[in-house]
Design a protein around this ligand. Structure first.
Ligand SMILES: *Cc1c(COP(=O)(O)O)cnc(C)c1O
Length: 353
């Protein structure tokens, strides 16, 4: 595992190691976060959006097959919320058409979950992920040649300035102290205000033509050590997530919500997604009652509003399943700060809808 400043930086490093750059196109699913197209654009390639499954959250293999055209070199396969994508089917199509499969494992627990059918995979250690280090990402490859290229290129990466590292450390400390389900909404609003005023390290920057210097940064050593310590708790994180999602499934019995399909043994939800009929009003009510309920993804390229979709090459209407899912999904936390009383409150809230 090689560490980078963010997950998207790890993804860009994988593209570079695979020779994917200008004049290349990369298939990615709509219903993702801006980090993914940002990495594609950072290496000079073009993102091509593929719709998700009619009832699911991951890339639709048939839509992916249809999207393979001139210049397409790779597909990024995202395991949204920890739900495994149809990797075997995708890998078979990719092999037949000669394109590379890269796994987006940002919603999986690094150190516990990996698969076997991709050339490379990447992880993130950012605030919303199963192992939180503050900021950071990692790339792995099972292919010796790709690993050598990742390793050689990694020597040219440098650490960000120490003022930035200390700012992330301060944020990490605040996160440790404040990240409780019942403080979700107030903390979120403070965090957004600090981010907008430039005090806190933000996850998303405006997309413009200049490639961010972050794409040549490693993960600061102290954050990397924290990520490595965190990964040693992978099975405890998975157990907690499993217990929590099972409790949500058993306790939330309200008619207007649709539960996700169960994940196979050995996989865990990093968030527990529910589909609701009136998402805006459900979110407003959750905020009023202080129940942690996240909105992501709220747009096909979260958090970009529609007027900015063209900056990452997404055309409105291109991926109807993704747009539909954005309009109906809300997610419950499964992280280790979630206690039984939080589950009870969330279930009571949803059952009253
Ligand atoms: C978090 C995330 C990333 C990468 O995030 P970084 O902020 O760059 O670490 C990529 N893909 C998905 C699906 C994510 O959730």
């Amino acid at each position: 595992m090689r560490f980078y400043y963010r997950g998207r930086v790890a993804l860009a490093a994988i593209f570079r190691a695979l020779g994917i750059g200008a004049n290349s196109r990369v298939l990615i699913q709509a219903f993702t976060c801006l980090a993914v197209p940002e990495a594609v654009l950072a290496v000079g390639a073009e993102p091509v959006y593929v719709d998700i499954e009619a009832q699911g959250f991951n890339i639709d293999p048939d839509a992916m097959r249809r999207a393979i055209g001139p210049g397409v070199k790779a597909v990024v396969v995202q395991h949204t919320y920890g739900i495994p994508a149809q990797l075997e089917k995708i890998a078979a199509i990719a092999e037949e058409r000669g394109i590379a499969v890269i796994e987006d494992c940002c919603h999986l627990i690094p150190g516990a979950e990996r698969s076997e059918s991709s050339i490379a995979a990447f992880y993130s250690f950012e605030w919303g992920k199963p192992v939180v280090a503050g900021i950071g990402g990692a790339a792995t490859s099972r292919n010796a040649a790709v690993n050598e290229r990742l390793k050689a290129a990694h020597r040219e990466y440098s650490e960000p300035a120490s003022t930035r590292v200390w700012r992330i450390e301060a944020q990490y400390l605040a996160h440790r102290i404040l990240y409780r389900p019942w403080l979700f909404w107030p903390v979120r609003s403070i965090y957004r205000r600090l981010g907008n005023s430039g005090v806190a390290e933000q996850n998303y920057h405006p997309v413009d033509s200049a490639v961010s210097p972050e794409f040549n940064w490693t993960m600061p050593a102290r954050l990397r050590q924290r990520a490595e310590r965190g990964m040693q708790h992978a099975s405890a994180i998975a157990d907690h997530a499993d217990r929590t999602s099972r409790a949500y499934r058993a306790q939330i019995i309200a008619a207007p919500v649709i539960h996700p399909s169960l994940v196979p043994t050995g996989k865990s939800f990093c968030r527990y997604p529910l589909r609701v009929t009136d998402k805006p009003s459900v979110l407003r009510a959750a905020q009023a009652q202080n129940v942690e309920l996240a909105d992501w993804y709220s747009t096909p390229i979260h958090p970009l509003p529609q007027r900015e979709w063209s900056s990452v090459g997404y055309t409105p209407g291109a991926c109807p399943n993704a747009e539909q899912r954005c309009s109906e999904v809300v997610t419950l936390p499964t992280h280790r700060a979630v206690r039984q009383r939080d589950i009870d409150r969330a279930a009571a809230f949803l059952n009253r809808l």
